[in-house]
Design a protein around this ligand. Structure first.
Ligand SMILES: *Cc1c(COP(=O)(O)O)cnc(C)c1O
Ligand code: SF4
Length: 312
Protein backbone atom coordinates (compact mmCIF):
# COMPACT_ATOMS: atom_id res chain seq x y z
CA UNK A 1 0.00 0.00 0.00
CA UNK A 2 1.33 3.43 -0.93
CA UNK A 3 1.82 6.20 1.57
CA UNK A 4 -0.95 8.75 1.20
CA UNK A 5 -1.61 11.62 3.53
CA UNK A 6 -3.71 14.80 3.55
CA UNK A 7 -2.52 18.30 4.35
CA UNK A 8 -4.69 18.20 7.48
CA UNK A 9 -2.89 15.12 8.80
CA UNK A 10 0.47 16.45 7.66
CA UNK A 11 -0.07 19.56 9.80
CA UNK A 12 -0.69 17.38 12.85
CA UNK A 13 2.44 15.37 12.22
CA UNK A 14 4.52 18.53 11.76
CA UNK A 15 3.05 19.85 15.00
CA UNK A 16 4.53 16.77 16.69
CA UNK A 17 1.78 14.14 16.87
CA UNK A 18 3.58 10.81 16.81
CA UNK A 19 0.22 9.07 17.31
CA UNK A 20 -0.91 10.40 13.93
CA UNK A 21 2.45 9.83 12.27
CA UNK A 22 2.52 6.17 13.34
CA UNK A 23 -0.85 5.55 11.70
CA UNK A 24 0.11 6.96 8.30
CA UNK A 25 3.78 6.04 7.91
CA UNK A 26 4.75 2.36 7.73
CA UNK A 27 6.19 0.88 10.92
CA UNK A 28 8.88 -1.78 11.05
CA UNK A 29 7.56 -5.32 11.07
CA UNK A 30 7.89 -7.33 14.26
CA UNK A 31 7.42 -10.95 15.28
CA UNK A 32 5.32 -12.98 14.79
CA UNK A 33 4.96 -12.52 11.05
CA UNK A 34 1.40 -13.14 9.95
CA UNK A 35 0.88 -15.23 6.86
CA UNK A 36 -2.45 -14.03 5.50
CA UNK A 37 -3.45 -10.69 4.00
CA UNK A 38 -7.13 -11.64 4.36
CA UNK A 39 -7.37 -13.73 7.56
CA UNK A 40 -11.10 -13.01 7.88
CA UNK A 41 -11.59 -14.49 4.41
CA UNK A 42 -13.80 -11.66 3.19
CA UNK A 43 -13.09 -12.48 -0.44
CA UNK A 44 -12.52 -16.23 -0.23
CA UNK A 45 -15.67 -17.14 1.68
CA UNK A 46 -18.08 -14.27 2.13
CA UNK A 47 -18.32 -12.23 -1.06
CA UNK A 48 -21.29 -13.37 -3.17
CA UNK A 49 -21.14 -10.30 -5.46
CA UNK A 50 -18.26 -7.93 -6.21
CA UNK A 51 -18.14 -5.36 -3.37
CA UNK A 52 -20.44 -7.18 -0.95
CA UNK A 53 -19.31 -9.03 2.16
CA UNK A 54 -22.17 -11.07 3.62
CA UNK A 55 -21.03 -12.70 6.84
CA UNK A 56 -23.81 -12.15 9.35
CA UNK A 57 -27.31 -13.24 8.32
CA UNK A 58 -28.92 -9.79 8.56
CA UNK A 59 -26.03 -7.42 7.77
CA UNK A 60 -24.04 -6.76 4.64
CA UNK A 61 -20.85 -4.76 4.25
CA UNK A 62 -20.73 -3.01 0.88
CA UNK A 63 -17.24 -1.97 -0.18
CA UNK A 64 -17.98 1.05 -2.36
CA UNK A 65 -14.34 1.65 -3.33
CA UNK A 66 -10.84 0.75 -2.23
CA UNK A 67 -9.79 4.40 -2.29
CA UNK A 68 -9.42 6.71 0.72
CA UNK A 69 -8.30 10.32 1.22
CA UNK A 70 -5.37 9.01 3.28
CA UNK A 71 -3.99 5.50 3.73
CA UNK A 72 -4.01 4.19 7.29
CA UNK A 73 -1.06 1.83 7.58
CA UNK A 74 -2.92 -0.34 10.10
CA UNK A 75 -5.91 -0.81 7.79
CA UNK A 76 -7.29 -4.33 7.92
CA UNK A 77 -7.66 -4.10 4.10
CA UNK A 78 -4.11 -2.97 3.25
CA UNK A 79 -4.23 -5.64 0.54
CA UNK A 80 -6.70 -3.48 -1.37
CA UNK A 81 -6.48 0.16 -0.29
CA UNK A 82 -5.47 2.61 -2.99
CA UNK A 83 -6.05 0.20 -5.87
CA UNK A 84 -8.62 0.73 -8.64
CA UNK A 85 -9.87 -2.88 -8.34
CA UNK A 86 -12.61 -1.86 -5.95
CA UNK A 87 -14.22 0.62 -8.31
CA UNK A 88 -17.78 -0.45 -9.02
CA UNK A 89 -19.50 -0.25 -12.39
CA UNK A 90 -23.21 0.45 -12.71
CA UNK A 91 -23.80 -3.24 -13.35
CA UNK A 92 -21.83 -4.18 -10.19
CA UNK A 93 -24.11 -1.85 -8.22
CA UNK A 94 -27.25 -3.23 -9.85
CA UNK A 95 -26.09 -6.76 -9.05
CA UNK A 96 -25.61 -5.77 -5.40
CA UNK A 97 -29.07 -4.23 -5.19
CA UNK A 98 -30.57 -7.30 -6.84
CA UNK A 99 -28.77 -9.52 -4.31
CA UNK A 100 -30.34 -7.55 -1.46
CA UNK A 101 -33.75 -7.74 -3.10
CA UNK A 102 -33.61 -11.54 -3.07
CA UNK A 103 -32.13 -11.58 0.46
CA UNK A 104 -34.83 -9.83 2.49
CA UNK A 105 -33.24 -11.15 5.68
CA UNK A 106 -30.68 -8.34 5.27
CA UNK A 107 -32.05 -5.26 7.03
CA UNK A 108 -28.78 -3.40 7.66
CA UNK A 109 -26.22 -2.31 5.03
CA UNK A 110 -22.85 -0.77 5.89
CA UNK A 111 -21.21 1.29 3.18
CA UNK A 112 -17.51 0.77 3.72
CA UNK A 113 -14.37 0.36 1.70
CA UNK A 114 -12.17 2.21 1.29
CA UNK A 115 -14.10 5.35 2.11
CA UNK A 116 -17.61 5.73 0.69
CA UNK A 117 -17.34 9.51 1.09
CA UNK A 118 -14.30 9.39 -1.19
CA UNK A 119 -16.35 7.73 -3.95
CA UNK A 120 -19.50 9.78 -3.74
CA UNK A 121 -20.78 8.98 -7.25
CA UNK A 122 -20.94 5.25 -6.45
CA UNK A 123 -22.32 5.91 -2.96
CA UNK A 124 -25.14 8.02 -4.40
CA UNK A 125 -26.12 5.25 -6.83
CA UNK A 126 -26.03 2.64 -4.08
CA UNK A 127 -28.12 4.76 -1.70
CA UNK A 128 -30.70 5.37 -4.43
CA UNK A 129 -30.82 1.63 -5.08
CA UNK A 130 -31.15 0.76 -1.40
CA UNK A 131 -34.21 3.01 -1.19
CA UNK A 132 -35.94 0.59 -3.58
CA UNK A 133 -35.30 -2.45 -1.36
CA UNK A 134 -38.02 -2.39 1.27
CA UNK A 135 -36.28 -4.86 3.59
CA UNK A 136 -33.34 -2.47 4.18
CA UNK A 137 -34.09 -0.51 7.35
CA UNK A 138 -30.64 0.79 8.32
CA UNK A 139 -27.82 2.24 6.22
CA UNK A 140 -24.51 2.98 7.91
CA UNK A 141 -21.80 5.08 6.30
CA UNK A 142 -18.37 3.98 7.52
CA UNK A 143 -15.95 6.81 6.86
CA UNK A 144 -12.70 8.33 8.04
CA UNK A 145 -13.00 11.45 5.91
CA UNK A 146 -13.81 13.69 8.93
CA UNK A 147 -10.47 12.65 10.47
CA UNK A 148 -8.48 12.75 7.24
CA UNK A 149 -9.85 15.94 5.73
CA UNK A 150 -12.56 17.63 7.80
CA UNK A 151 -12.96 20.46 5.30
CA UNK A 152 -13.92 17.98 2.59
CA UNK A 153 -17.00 17.19 4.63
CA UNK A 154 -18.43 20.51 3.44
CA UNK A 155 -17.83 19.75 -0.25
CA UNK A 156 -20.82 19.63 -2.54
CA UNK A 157 -20.31 15.94 -3.38
CA UNK A 158 -20.21 14.87 0.25
CA UNK A 159 -23.12 17.10 1.21
CA UNK A 160 -25.05 15.52 -1.66
CA UNK A 161 -24.63 12.12 -0.05
CA UNK A 162 -26.01 13.39 3.26
CA UNK A 163 -28.90 15.12 1.53
CA UNK A 164 -29.76 11.92 -0.35
CA UNK A 165 -29.67 9.93 2.89
CA UNK A 166 -32.08 12.43 4.45
CA UNK A 167 -34.32 12.38 1.39
CA UNK A 168 -34.67 8.63 1.91
CA UNK A 169 -35.40 8.83 5.62
CA UNK A 170 -38.82 7.24 5.07
CA UNK A 171 -37.08 4.11 3.71
CA UNK A 172 -34.22 3.66 6.18
CA UNK A 173 -32.44 5.38 9.03
CA UNK A 174 -28.83 6.39 8.38
CA UNK A 175 -25.96 6.27 10.86
CA UNK A 176 -22.57 7.86 10.35
CA UNK A 177 -19.81 5.64 11.60
CA UNK A 178 -16.35 7.22 11.97
CA UNK A 179 -13.07 5.62 12.87
CA UNK A 180 -10.98 7.36 15.54
CA UNK A 181 -7.94 6.03 17.35
CA UNK A 182 -6.33 8.85 19.29
CA UNK A 183 -7.41 12.15 20.88
CA UNK A 184 -4.88 14.03 18.69
CA UNK A 185 -7.20 13.30 15.76
CA UNK A 186 -10.11 15.11 17.37
CA UNK A 187 -9.34 18.80 16.98
CA UNK A 188 -12.11 21.40 16.87
CA UNK A 189 -12.41 21.20 13.11
CA UNK A 190 -12.86 17.42 13.12
CA UNK A 191 -15.23 17.44 16.07
CA UNK A 192 -17.10 20.37 14.51
CA UNK A 193 -17.76 18.36 11.34
CA UNK A 194 -19.04 15.42 13.42
CA UNK A 195 -21.22 17.57 15.66
CA UNK A 196 -22.66 19.27 12.56
CA UNK A 197 -23.71 15.84 11.28
CA UNK A 198 -25.29 14.98 14.61
CA UNK A 199 -27.14 18.30 14.71
CA UNK A 200 -28.42 17.73 11.20
CA UNK A 201 -30.10 14.57 12.46
CA UNK A 202 -27.68 11.68 11.97
CA UNK A 203 -26.68 9.46 14.86
CA UNK A 204 -22.86 9.54 14.86
CA UNK A 205 -20.94 6.51 16.11
CA UNK A 206 -17.23 5.86 16.42
CA UNK A 207 -15.14 2.74 16.31
CA UNK A 208 -11.46 2.37 17.24
CA UNK A 209 -8.72 -0.20 17.07
CA UNK A 210 -6.07 -0.97 19.66
CA UNK A 211 -2.70 0.09 18.21
CA UNK A 212 0.60 -0.59 19.89
CA UNK A 213 2.52 2.57 20.83
CA UNK A 214 -0.42 4.68 19.63
CA UNK A 215 -3.31 4.21 22.04
CA UNK A 216 -2.48 1.21 24.24
CA UNK A 217 -2.75 2.99 27.54
CA UNK A 218 -5.77 3.82 29.67
CA UNK A 219 -5.23 7.59 29.85
CA UNK A 220 -5.04 8.01 26.09
CA UNK A 221 -8.17 5.97 25.49
CA UNK A 222 -10.00 7.70 28.32
CA UNK A 223 -9.26 11.04 26.66
CA UNK A 224 -10.37 9.71 23.27
CA UNK A 225 -13.63 8.19 24.49
CA UNK A 226 -14.47 11.18 26.69
CA UNK A 227 -13.85 13.67 23.92
CA UNK A 228 -16.30 11.72 21.78
CA UNK A 229 -18.76 11.34 24.66
CA UNK A 230 -18.72 15.08 25.40
CA UNK A 231 -19.52 15.74 21.73
CA UNK A 232 -22.50 13.38 21.76
CA UNK A 233 -20.76 10.70 19.68
CA UNK A 234 -21.18 7.11 20.78
CA UNK A 235 -18.09 4.88 20.77
CA UNK A 236 -19.43 1.48 19.95
CA UNK A 237 -16.48 -0.84 19.28
CA UNK A 238 -12.80 -1.04 20.06
CA UNK A 239 -11.24 -3.86 18.06
CA UNK A 240 -8.24 -5.97 18.65
CA UNK A 241 -6.05 -5.36 15.57
CA UNK A 242 -6.57 -8.14 13.02
CA UNK A 243 -3.67 -10.52 12.36
CA UNK A 244 -3.11 -9.21 8.84
CA UNK A 245 0.21 -9.64 7.07
CA UNK A 246 1.99 -6.28 7.38
CA UNK A 247 0.24 -5.14 10.57
CA UNK A 248 2.51 -7.04 12.97
CA UNK A 249 3.87 -3.91 14.59
CA UNK A 250 0.41 -2.62 15.54
CA UNK A 251 -0.91 -5.67 17.38
CA UNK A 252 -0.89 -5.12 21.17
CA UNK A 253 -0.46 -7.62 23.92
CA UNK A 254 -3.88 -9.17 24.66
CA UNK A 255 -3.38 -9.08 28.44
CA UNK A 256 -2.50 -5.38 28.22
CA UNK A 257 -5.66 -4.65 26.22
CA UNK A 258 -7.81 -6.52 28.74
CA UNK A 259 -6.16 -4.66 31.60
CA UNK A 260 -6.77 -1.28 29.94
CA UNK A 261 -10.44 -1.99 29.28
CA UNK A 262 -10.86 -3.29 32.83
CA UNK A 263 -9.42 -0.04 34.23
CA UNK A 264 -11.64 2.04 31.93
CA UNK A 265 -14.76 0.07 32.87
CA UNK A 266 -14.26 1.32 36.43
CA UNK A 267 -13.38 4.88 35.40
CA UNK A 268 -16.03 5.63 32.82
CA UNK A 269 -19.75 5.54 32.18
CA UNK A 270 -21.03 2.59 30.23
CA UNK A 271 -22.44 5.13 27.77
CA UNK A 272 -18.93 6.37 26.97
CA UNK A 273 -17.20 3.02 26.75
CA UNK A 274 -17.13 0.91 23.58
CA UNK A 275 -17.42 -2.85 23.54
CA UNK A 276 -14.01 -4.51 23.23
CA UNK A 277 -14.15 -7.19 20.53
CA UNK A 278 -11.90 -9.37 18.41
CA UNK A 279 -12.62 -10.67 14.92
CA UNK A 280 -11.03 -14.11 15.09
CA UNK A 281 -9.64 -15.82 11.98
CA UNK A 282 -11.56 -18.99 11.19
CA UNK A 283 -14.58 -17.82 13.16
CA UNK A 284 -17.66 -15.76 12.44
CA UNK A 285 -18.45 -12.59 14.36
CA UNK A 286 -16.84 -9.91 16.48
CA UNK A 287 -16.45 -11.70 19.76
CA UNK A 288 -16.46 -9.69 23.03
CA UNK A 289 -13.18 -10.19 24.91
CA UNK A 290 -13.67 -10.94 28.65
CA UNK A 291 -12.35 -8.26 31.01
CA UNK A 292 -10.37 -8.83 34.18
CA UNK A 293 -13.40 -9.08 36.46
CA UNK A 294 -13.79 -12.77 35.73
CA UNK A 295 -11.43 -15.67 36.11
CA UNK A 296 -10.78 -16.84 32.57
CA UNK A 297 -8.29 -19.63 32.11
CA UNK A 298 -7.42 -18.96 28.49
CA UNK A 299 -8.74 -15.73 26.96
CA UNK A 300 -7.13 -16.67 23.63
CA UNK A 301 -9.58 -19.54 23.31
CA UNK A 302 -13.23 -18.84 22.54
CA UNK A 303 -16.24 -19.96 20.56
CA UNK A 304 -17.57 -18.00 17.59
CA UNK A 305 -21.23 -17.13 16.88
CA UNK A 306 -21.81 -20.63 15.59
CA UNK A 307 -20.26 -22.32 18.63
CA UNK A 308 -17.11 -23.28 16.73
CA UNK A 309 -13.88 -23.40 18.78
CA UNK A 310 -11.42 -20.75 17.62
CA UNK A 311 -8.16 -19.27 18.89
CA UNK A 312 -6.94 -15.70 18.77
C1 LIG B 1 -18.23 -5.62 11.50
C2 LIG B 1 -18.96 -6.20 10.39
C3 LIG B 1 -20.33 -5.98 10.24
C4 LIG B 1 -21.14 -5.12 11.18
O1 LIG B 1 -21.13 -5.56 12.49
P1 LIG B 1 -22.00 -4.78 13.57
O2 LIG B 1 -21.79 -5.53 14.84
O3 LIG B 1 -23.41 -4.83 13.10
O4 LIG B 1 -21.50 -3.38 13.61
C5 LIG B 1 -20.95 -6.56 9.16
N1 LIG B 1 -20.29 -7.34 8.30
C6 LIG B 1 -18.97 -7.57 8.42
C7 LIG B 1 -18.30 -8.46 7.43
C8 LIG B 1 -18.26 -7.02 9.47
O5 LIG B 1 -16.95 -7.26 9.58
S1 SF4 C 1 -9.94 5.10 5.99
FE1 SF4 C 1 -10.57 3.06 6.68
S2 SF4 C 1 -10.55 1.84 4.79
FE2 SF4 C 1 -9.34 3.67 4.37
S3 SF4 C 1 -7.23 3.12 4.83
FE3 SF4 C 1 -8.10 4.04 6.69
S4 SF4 C 1 -8.85 2.29 7.90
FE4 SF4 C 1 -8.56 1.58 5.77
Amino acid sequence: MEIRITSHLDRKIRAGSSAVSKQFYPQALSEPIFSSSDPLEEEALYSPIKGLVHKYPNRVLWKVTYRCAAHCQMCTRIRQIGTPEGDLSDSDIEAGIEYLRVHPEVDDVILSGGDPLYATASSLKIIAGLATVSSVKVVRIGTRLPVHAPRSMASQQVQNVFRTLKDNASHFISYILVHTNHPDELDNEVLGSLVALRKSGFPVLSQSVFLRDVNDDPDTLERLFKRLYYAGITSYYIYRCDYVKGLEHYVCDLEREREIMTILQARMSGVALPMYVADVAGGVGKIPVPLGFWEVQDPMHCKDYNGKDVRL
